[in-house]
Ligand binder design. Structure first.
Ligand code: NI
Length: 257
């Protein structure tokens, strides 16, 4: 069995006391790969550390829209340097979050675009966060032709219709805990309508734990519940689904050597 958790904040301080056990538990549950994205400059540094420490962990570096208010060109320089570290296979998570607006909109836009340019320079695929900014995110990703180096919409929360537009452009759709929620009709539709070849599974740990652990601290070993939910919606067996989802991640992050 091969399971790929395409998005897990393993560097989060809430794992500081039992991270070794969590990685072990992930392995025991068939998880062969975990991608740890950065959210701030500090967490990008930690993500790289995690990838160095654990064989199944790979890293991405980048600054989340919540935290771009503290960014400047100096940060870009440091991230560029960090990206040269071993096992950095993507850039992110970057994007727009108009739900929380922890950073002003103008700054979110400015640094989203600047980080896309950096990822292109580095030839790294990007991991995109989009909350309540579907139109603008789509426009920007199209304008910068991000599919050339690869792109995944992490914890996708939009419609099946929009997801199909992304897939047409060669952009992957990653599903998280909500696909296991009974009332998440829109996400179930995405799981049903989008071909298996364009989907990924992620926990987004420590957030958004899937059913039956909803409300608890999330961890990579729970990614099997997300794979299972996709398998049930598609009426395809678990093994086949987990293999294909992992294959998609391996392709995007260029880990098939
Ligand atoms: Ni995340």
């Amino acid at each position: 069995m091969t399971i790929f958790d395409s998005h897990s904040h393993l560097d989060d301080p809430c794992f500081d006391n039992d991270r070794d056990e969590i990685v072990l538990r992930a392995k025991e549950n068939g998880v062969k790969y975990i991608l740890n994205p950065g959210a701030t400059l500090a967490s990008s540094v930690k993500a790289v550390e995690m990838a160095r420490k654990y064989d199944i962990v790979y890293a991405a570096v980048g600054v989340h829209p919540h935290d771009v208010k503290d960014m400047d060109e100096n940060t870009i320089g440091i991230l560029r340097g960090l990206s040269e570290s071993d096992k950095v296979v993507a850039y992110g998570e970057i994007g727009l979050d108009y739900y929380y607006n922890h950073s002003p909109k103008e700054l979110q836009l400015k640094w989203f675009i600047r980080q896309i340019q950096l990822a292109k320079e580095l030839k790294l695929p990007i991991i995109v966060h989009d909350r309540e900014a579907h139109g603008e995110v789509f426009e920007i990703l199209s304008k910068y032709k991000v599919w050339e180096d690869g792109c995944v919409m992490h914890c996708y929360s939009g419609s099946a219709e929009l997801a199909k537009e992304y897939v047409k452009k060669g952009i992957y759709i990653s599903l998280a805990g909500p696909v296991t929620f009974k009332n998440a009709k829109k996400t179930h539709e995405v799981a049903k309508e989008i071909p298996l070849e364009w989907l990924m599974a992620e926990t987004d740990a420590p957030y958004l734990a899937p059913v039956p652990l909803r409300g608890k601290r999330n961890e990579p070993s729970y990614v099997k519940y997300i794979v299972d939910a996709i398998a049930k919606v598609k009426r395809i067996d678990f093994e086949k689904v987990s293999m294909q989802l992992a294959k998609n991640s391996l392709e995007l992050f260029d880990l098939q050597k």
